[in-house]
Ligand binder design. Structure first.
Ligand code: SAM
Length: 321
């Protein structure tokens, strides 16, 4: 394709993307504003040749391109500029990200910058610090907005485990829902510090809301030895991770039965595990899962701004022990 033809194609695509995002924003923003929801999705690869996501973060725009395969480096900035103009967002509030998927998943957690800047966004009566500058992920997965609300409604009086807690948003929801205690585990020191800041921001005391920096399986083994027990667990692991050796790594397709049974061993009778994955080819291995009650609840957990014909952003199950 000639350079001129490529530029023309990008201009056409940027117009289409900007139109879609503007229409979506008009449709959603008042309703979300009434609910004090500052973060929502405006576009997710709705048009096959425009492999982008557009997210609204309280007046900022985060625009992502799925792994760059068919475009040149000027594609994403052009898309960003067009969407920003359509929504009248100034240039310093546009954040462009390239998203890596598949086995290159680890790249999602690589740092892009070192600003350590954050803004505070609202999700109903909760507040979260999000960093739109330094990482591909911002600190808040808004596709789990409804799941957090569900956890909040289930948490009263419960001992709650949040494994792979990241910035602690599920723990904040559980604590606000009246959990007896929350225990949040993540292997990343940055994530644990982030979760602590989010708890402080929401006035959640650290007594009864412990944050543990540990590998998930190490924590599960130790908790079993210590006879820890929980009534509600949120298990939202990455699709893959590597550790000291290949054999120590985790691949959700293969390893979810082992993970869920290790969590189940800590649950009281009648306890509930909420399990979620973003892996697009995930299949629940029912043969290796020995639970009597396991129910997919994805239709309840996907918020309306994430309903998408092309893909289901996450899938979610409720296991009752
Ligand atoms: C998909 S995010 C979890 C999102 C979180 N549930 C939320 O809603 O915000 C995955 C998290 O798993 C953590 N992680 C990766 N490998 C881990 C391991 N071996 N043990 C514990 N945490 C791990 C990462 O640091 C990251 O914070």
């Amino acid at each position: 394709m000639s350079a001129d033809a490529r530029v023309q194609k990008y201009i056409d695509q940027s117009r289409m993307l900007a139109n879609k995002a503007r229409k979506r924003f008009r449709h959603l923003h008042k309703r979300f504003a009434r609910q004090q929801i500052d973060v929502f999705r405006l576009y997710d690869w709705d048009i096959p040749e425009i492999r982008a996501t557009v997210d609204w973060y309280a007046g900022h725009l985060v625009i992502g391109e799925y792994t760059r395969k068919q475009s040149t480096p000027d594609w994403l900035p052009m898309m960003g500029k067009a969407v920003a103009e359509a929504l009248m967002v100034p240039v310093d509030k546009i954040h462009l990200k390239t998203r890596f998927y598949g086995k290159a998943d680890g790249k999602r957690y690589e740092r892009l910058d070192y600003t350590d800047r954050s803004i505070v966004v609202r999700e109903r009566d909760l507040r979260f610090h999000v960093n739109l500058w330094d990482y591909v992920d911002t600190g808040l997965f808004s596709d789990h907005r409804n799941t957090r609300q569900m956890v909040r409604e289930m948490a009263a009086g419960k001992d709650v485990l949040n494994l792979f807690c990241y910035s602690g948003s599920f723990s904040c929801s559980a604590a606000k829902g009246g959990a007896h205690r929350t225990l949040s585990v993540d292997r990343s020191r940055t994530a644990i510090a982030w979760a602590r800041r989010n708890m402080e921001l929401n006035g959640i005391p650290d007594t009864n809301n412990r944050l543990v920096q540990a590998h998930a399986f190490d924590y599960l083994a130790e908790a079993l030895r210590n006879k820890e027990r929980f009534d509600l667990a949120v298990v939202d692991p990455p699709s893959f991770y590597t550790r000291r050796s290949r054999k120590d790594g985790f691949d959700i397709l293969e390893d979810h039965p082992g993970l869920l049974s290790a969590v189940a061993a800590l649950m009281r009778s009648g306890g509930v595990i909420i399990f979620s994955t973003n892996h697009q080819d995930f299949k629940l291995d029912t043969k290796r899962l020995a639970f009597t009650s396991i129910k997919e609840i994805t239709t309840r957990t996907i918020p309306e701004d994430y309903v998408n014909k092309r893909k289901t952003i996450h899938r979610c199950w409720e296991v009752i022990l």
